[in-house]
Design a protein around this ligand. Structure first.
Ligand code: NAP
Ligand code: ZN
Length: 365
């Protein structure tokens, strides 16, 4: 960590941080140096200890979402960040040097609009993503958590319950909140029949959280070898989604289904498993649009919706919920030098169930 001088928020002074970046959609991630702003009066500077690898990192690095969110290169991904506070601005009240702190998918929003006033910063039209958003401080785009440090406005910095292991807590900042928020919104409570489609990073968090909320949880997976794990993680049943007989048994019975699949698949085969007025929420964001059969929704007045991470207050609520219930991700901790290999394994659904990068490995780079 390079040393910094105390500067006001108006200053554009900056320092260099170590990071891993992709230079283009075809390039592997490689070591680089990036600018970070010196902390202003409302900022918290964090030494990053762990950063989870989300499939959104891979979609962005490879510019798979070019239609909605084209990637600007170099791209430094990473939005499941846990670290230690090393400096705070003069107006910061919630954090002090030495505290453990976390950052998720957002680092700013306008604070004034109806969405921000409702604590739904994720829907603010001026929301700044942790990476690949215009950087209002330094120009260019924001750089994410595959780095040794980050500087973030206090409002967007979260507290991690002290009983949680930090490598395992990092994925809560995206996978945790992205699954917790729609389940709370759609009333997942005790006794509700809940489906989780895709047992990856998001899916396995959804299973743990739905189970802790008291739901009856059924996992839909394309990977028969994940069955034992799904049950261990808290599922009550597992359905191999390519087996039509197994799927048919559940027709018209689900209150809520969360789809956390990263690749193209048929969503109609899940919608028809909903009961009257049931809801299916998409959090998975494959590059190619889904085809929706109108009748799959019409016959039981079902709804299909989407959900984007969660607001800051709700993210803190989720972290505290996970603290109380001792919920963290199942992780494979890797050094940053293995990140490209990890991406290839992510594409093969070969991760149990989240990679968490130990950022100490970046020091030796
Ligand atoms: P992940 O760990 O790679 O998990 C995706 C899972 O989808 C896989 O484990 C696999 O589960 C299933 N899957 C993969 N390919 C499939 C295929 N061809 N057909 C059917 N199922 C397939 O990814 P993740 O990090 O959990 O992210 C999942 C998706 O959510 C990504 O698209 C990501 O960008 C998106 N996301 C959205 C938000 C949001 O706010 N909405 C936030 C974060 C991430 P099985 O082996 O069990 O079948
Ligand atoms: Zn994510």
């Amino acid at each position: 960590m390079s040393s910094t001088t105390q500067l006001s928020s108006e200053s554009r002074s900056q320092y260099e941080a170590k990071a891993y970046a992709a230079a283009s959609a075809e390039s592997p991630l490689a070591p680089t140096m990036i600018p970070r702003r010196d902390p202003g009066e409302h900022d918290v500077q964090i030494e990053i200890l762990f950063c989870g690898i989300c499939h959104s990192d891979l979609h962005t690095v490879r510019n798979e979402w070019s239609a909605a969110m084209p990637t600007v290169y170099p791209c430094v991904p990473g939005h499941e960040i846990v670290g230690r506070v090393i400096k705070v601005g003069s107006a910061v009240t919630k954090f002090k040097s030495g505290d453990i702190a976390a950052v998720g998918c957002m680092v700013d929003s306008d604070g004034n609009c109806a969405e921000c006033q409702a604590s739904l910063e994720q829907f603010c039209s001026h929301m700044t993503l942790t990476y690949n958003s215009p950087d209002i401080h330094l120009g260019g785009v924001t750089y994410g958590g595959y780095s040794d440090s980050i500087v973030v406005k206090e409002h967007f910095v979260l507290r991690v319950p002290s009983n949680l292991n930090l490598a395992r807590a990092a994925p809560l900042l995206c996978a945790g909140i992205t699954t917790y928020s729609p389940m709370r919104h759609w009333g997942v409570t005790e006794g509700k029949k809940v489906g989780v489609v895709g047992l990856g990073g998001l899916g396995h968090m959804a299973v743990k959280i739905a189970h802790a909320l008291g739901a009856y949880v059924i996992v839909f997976t394309t990977s028969p070898n994940k069955k034992e794990d799904a049950l261990r993680l808290g599922a009550d049943e597992v359905v191999i989604s390519r087996d039509t007989d197994q799927m048919n048994k559940h027709k018209g019975s689900f209150d809520f289904i969360l789809d956390a699949v990263s690749a193209e698949h048929d969503i109609n085969s899940y919608i028809r498993l909903l009961r009257r007025d049931g809801n299916m929420t998409l959090v998975g964001a494959p590059a190619k649009p889904h085809a929706v059969a109108a009748f799959s929704l019409i016959f039981k007045r079902c709804s299909l919706s989407g959900s984007n991470i969660g607001g800051i207050a709700e993210t803190q609520e989720m972290l505290d919920f996970c603290g109380r219930n001792n919920i963290t991700a199942d992780v494979e901790v890797i050094p940053i030098q293995k990140v490209n290999e990890a991406y290839e394994r992510l594409l093969k659904s070969d991760v149990k169930y989240r990679f968490s990068i130990d950022m100490a490995s970046l020091k030796s780079q």
